[in-house]
Design a protein around this ligand. Structure first.
Ligand code: SF4
Length: 480
């Protein structure tokens, strides 16, 4: 799975915003590695620098100095819609009759084609096939007829799907979260200004204070002089659809999302994993990095129950190998797992081992891991997963895999256990996720684990006979 994108917007009292924006993008790098960009406004004109690559590669010495202005927005991108080239890199900028617009988008619209076609019929010319440009053109059009707040509201009423946006109209910086709050977005206070960004870790990096989450359907407009902000609840919806995978995998553990510190959520999910499907073994090992908090919670709950299970690091990660799923072919993906992880034999040899991971997508990593541990002398390998089985693709901006690539797409847990070669396999239940997030199921997006999405998805049957995972809380032993 790939994280989606990261967005940021900053308004400062009396210094250029480029450098704090650049530091924020570093803090958000885990949310997108394909391109990075910053657009600022100095009160007269926009300045833009957008390049392919990691933040450290996209900006050369001197680039920040040319980005004048105390207000600006930034973006790191992993492509979820649109082609992989610079024309889709963001922030997206456009000049029109009533000024300039810059837009950074995290999410995915489900009706972008429809709106794009209508705008094209009205004479709008598009330079990319991404959905962010559709939002920019629609907003630019509304700004010709309406004031800022009403124009944003009209665009929000038109676009469907997931979006957290930072927008700059001339020098005014704004943040918008979609009416179901699918994507995270937070407001923070800096010593000399305000920031709106995807994750609170970016605010910490700037020595700022998290104020709160932007509410679903809310518009936050930062004052141009960096001294405050105004909020407008533009759309109210009964239920939210927060992406639970932000807590399980995507977000940084040191970020607070919708009131929950991600690290603590993962530890609690680990505790619940023990309560639902704990298995006695000698040692519990995290799959680095995101399995670590789950494994520590799992081990703690086991020890509270009187188990002698020991928490240990048994897999060393090579930090310099790219993400597993960037590899385009199955063969390359398999090799990448071997390159990425190496076992520490002394914590594994002759032991009954439980490994904790955050999720299984195609099953390639799990299969390789089990084999690695067995080759390193593990007597038994039990696999516990801190999320329910992923049975369906994501249409809300996560690059997951197609349905037929998902290992849980068409087979029950017992068969997956056998396929990955584990001695037992168990996933966490949806109820455990909802309880940990102190949320009802109705307020979470669970599309990838239930096949039921918070939006109508063209081409998706809403009433189809999807394979429903059986989550009994009991592990599923492999058929030997
Ligand atoms: S389908 Fe899954 S990954 Fe996508 S937004 Fe919903 S919960 Fe998140």
């Amino acid at each position: 799975m790939h994280e989606k994108c990261g967005v940021v917007g900053i308004a400062l009292e009396d210094r250029d915003a480029a450098r704090p924006l650049y530091y924020s993008l570093y803090a958000l790098q885990h949310r997108g590695q394909e391109s990075a960009g910053i657009v600022t406004h100095d009160g007269f004109q926009q300045h833009s620098h957008v390049e392919m690559g990691l933040v450290g590669d996209a900006f050369a010495p001197g680039d920040l100095e040319s980005l004048n202005g105390s207000n600006g927005i930034g973006h790191v991108r992993y492509p979820t819609a649109g082609s992989v080239n610079t024309c889709c890199a963001q922030p997206f900028s456009v000049s029109f009759k009533s000024g300039s617009l810059g837009l950074s988008h995290n999410g995915n619209l489900v009706n972008a084609d429809e709106i794009g076609d209508e705008l094209a019929d009205l004479g709008h010319a598009f330079t990319s096939d991404g959905d962010t440009e559709v939002i920019a053109h629609d907003l630019a059009r509304n700004l010709l007829e309406e004031d800022l707040v009403r124009a944003v509201k009209r665009t929000m009423e038109r676009i469907h799907g997931s979006y957290s946006l930072t927008i700059m109209h001339d020098e005014t910086v704004m943040g918008v979260r979609d009416p179901q709050g699918n994507r995270p977005l937070v407001i923070g206070e800096l010593e000399d200004g305000y920031v709106i960004t995807s994750e609170s870790a970016a605010i910490d990096t700037l020595d700022g204070e998290l104020i709160r989450d932007v509410r679903p359907g809310e518009l936050v407009v930062l004052h141009d002089d960096g001294t405050g902000y105004d909020t407008y609840q533009l759309i109210e919806q009964e239920n939210t659809a927060h992406c639970f995978f932000e807590h399980v995998y995507f977000a940084r553990p040191d970020s607070t999302i919708d009131g929950n510190l991600v690290y603590e959520v993962r530890r609690e999910l680990g505790r619940k994993l023990w309560e639902e499907s704990g298995v006695e073994s000698d040692v519990v090992l995290p799959v680095p990095d995101s399995g670590r908090a789950f494994a520590s919670g799992y081990a703690e709950a086991a020890q509270d129950d009187g188990s002698d299970i020991e928490f240990a690091e048994g897999l060393m990660k090579n930090r310099y190998v790219g993400r597993t799923f960037i590899m385009p072919t199955q063969d390359e993906r398999e090799r990448a797992v071997r390159l990425k992880l190496n076992p520490i034999r002394s914590t594994i040899e002759g032991k009954k081992v439980t490994i904790i991971d955050d999720s299984i997508v195609r099953g390639t990593t799990s299969n390789q891991l089990v084999q690695l541990l067995k080759d390193a002398g593990a007597e038994e390998v039990n696999v516990r997963i801190g999320a329910p089985p992923i049975i369906a693709p994501c249409y809300m901006g996560i690059d997951m895999a197609s349905r037929d690539e998902l290992i849980a797409g068409d087979q029950p847990v017992e068969e997956i256990c056998e396929e990955i070669g584990a001695d037992s396999l168990s996933y966490l239940s949806i109820d455990a996720i909802a309880a940990t997030l102190d949320s009802s199921r109705a307020d979470l997006c669970l599309g990838c684990v239930t096949g039921e999405y918070p939006y109508d998805i063209e081409g998706e049957e809403t009433d189809r006979d999807v394979h429903r995972p059986e989550i009994s809380g009991q592990p599923s032993p492999a058929d030997d």
